[in-house]
Design a protein around this ligand. Structure first.
Ligand code: GLY
Length: 375
């Protein structure tokens, strides 16, 4: 019997529909929730995870499986963005095939965004596609990357440039696991929560501004609500634009063109977490929108203040040495760039993002300089 309520958000994609089950302790139900998804034959799974998650949570997960007569071959990888690479994709696929899988074998991605993206991609490739389940362990993965079927690795050319759309069969978001994250990681993940408000829901933005610090500090009820409301937004967007063809799903990249450039220039390291880069990037997107005459300076200022109040970085003051030229060069390589022009997700108001047309390069430079970039 669950110790706290469960919330279920359904991603409705006809024959590829699936549930996101949210709540404290959902991990202990992994066996009962996964067992019905496995075909007949050997009741065996492949679980991809990283060393940090394995150390913290693997024993509990295994116990939940064993209780249902399920067995798992565990593939434990180093933690960190460097794992989302050709090398570890190959390792996962080799170990998966060595386990003599068949089309009924299920893969489980047990970890943060790196593990989810990598394992999901391996599942899309193994035997031309096997089913998989996401068990996201970070706030960022619970509110964004585990939902919607985008899978990928990074290559020397850039982030997420090789991948596939492959929807999971189930997402188990155990909000209790978020207590084992550092406050810094919860704070960074919360940038992806407030992002939904900034893109499409002014009311949710206000809720995030009012409740964000308590959620980040660890209030379980607020965290679960943040995850549920974020997943409802993600599901709604993915249902309407699964393959990012209409422009709707692309709005989820608010702040990401700037953010990816900042991450690239800081080496995808602990110096700047993805969510922190997105927070700075969203402030920049509002500033750019303001300089293009699209949103008031007052709204742009309010967003900047709200993110700062939530303890997120809003400029480059803690990241000395970044230059306008280097950042612009990275943005020109971003996959959101079409035909060499810089395109951004822009805003008309808080809660009203849209896919922008070309942004003038000199204004982009001004935005970067205004945030503290040199040059
Ligand atoms: N993380 C953005 C998307 O799934 O479309």
């Amino acid at each position: 019997v669950p110790s706290s309520p469960r919330q279920t958000v359904t991603v409705d994609l006809s024959d590829r529909s699936y549930d996101i089950v949210i709540g404290d302790g959902v991990l202990d139900e992994a066996g009962t929730r996964i067992a019905p998804l496995i075909g007949k034959g050997p009741r065996r799974l492949i679980t991809v995870t990283d060393e940090n998650v394995a150390g913290l949570h693997l024993a509990r997960y295994r116990a939940a499986l064993v209780a249902q007569g399920l067995e798992s071959v565990d593939i434990i990888l180093p933690a960190g963005e460097q794992t989302k690479s050709w090398r570890y994709l190959e390792e996962v696929l080799e170990k998966t095939l060595a386990a003599r899988i068949d089309r009924g074998t299920l893969m489980v991605a047990f970890g943060g965004g790196v593990i989810g993206d990598l394992a999901g991609f391996a599942a899309a490739l193994a035997l031309r596609g096997i089913d998989y389940v996401q068990i996201p362990t970070t706030l960022l993965a619970q509110v964004d990357s585990s939902v919607g079927g985008k899978t990928a690795i990074d290559t020397p050319q850039g982030k997420n440039l090789v991948g596939a759309f492959h929807q999971p069969k189930l997402v188990l978001a155990d909000t209790g696991l978020l207590a084992t994250l550092s406050e810094r990681h919860r704070r960074a993940g919360f940038a992806e929560v407030i992002k939904y408000g900034l893109i499409r829901d002014h009311g949710f933005y206000e809720w995030c501004a009012a409740n964000g610090n308590a959620a980040i500090a660890g209030d379980a009820g607020l965290l679960a609500e943040a995850v549920r409301r974020s997943c409802e937004h993600k599901a709604d967007v993915v249902q309407q634009d699964e393959f990012e063809t209409t422009g709707l799903r692309a709005l989820l990249n608010l702040g990401h063109t700037f953010g990816h450039a900042l991450e690239a220039e800081t080496g995808y390291s602990e110096r700047l977490l993805h969510g922190e880069a997105v927070a700075i990037g969203m402030v920049m997107a509002f500033d750019l929108s303001h300089r293009m005459g699209l949103v008031s300076g007052q709204s742009a200022g309010r967003v900047r203040q709200a993110l700062a109040t939530l303890g997120m970085p809003v400029d480059l003051s803690a990241l000395p040495g970044l230059t306008v030229d280097a950042l612009t060069a990275h943005m020109a390589k971003d996959k959101k760039v079409k035909a060499g022009t810089l395109r951004f997700v822009l805003v008309r108001e808080i809660g009203e993002a849209f896919a922008g047309s070309e942004a003038p390069a000199e204004l982009v430079g001004t935005v970067l300089r205004n945030a503290g970039a040199a040059g």
